[in-house]
Write a new protein. Sequence first.
Length: 168
Amino acid sequence: MSDQQFEPKIVGFLCNWCSYRAADLAGTARIPYAQNVRIIRVMCSGRVDPTFVLMALSQGADGVLIAGCHPGECHYIEQNYKAMRRYELLMHALRPFGIEPERVRLVWASAAEGQQLAEAIDKMVADIRKLGPLKWQDNWNENGERLEALEAIAKEHQEAMEVCSHGH
């Protein structure tokens, strides 16, 4: 690596109702935090399929942050408990792929917790810097094509889930 400090690329899947609004609050309140996170807004942390995380990492992200409403405060009743279960299962799957579990985080941040979300982002960026690049960064494309692909996959999944939930 050159003399430049490694700057990790992190994909953040943030819940529309809480964490995304916490990020917005941090911005409007001018709370500084590392700009390494490319945010993808999802309706709920429970909608973040583990394949989204693996795809983000395979596309060149050095880490993935999943953020949602505090347990018991989900706008979709219990979906953040679903996110917790998926996260735990994902943690067991990462090491066989050669991925350190520290590269994926699940955090809770209400809409009023911009400072806490900013601190969680800063800590994750610092921890990923210590780990170094995931070594898949050659696949990362800064022109937005990769991020747009992830957003399209998340949207497709969300639409499919809505069709399933309305059909019953």
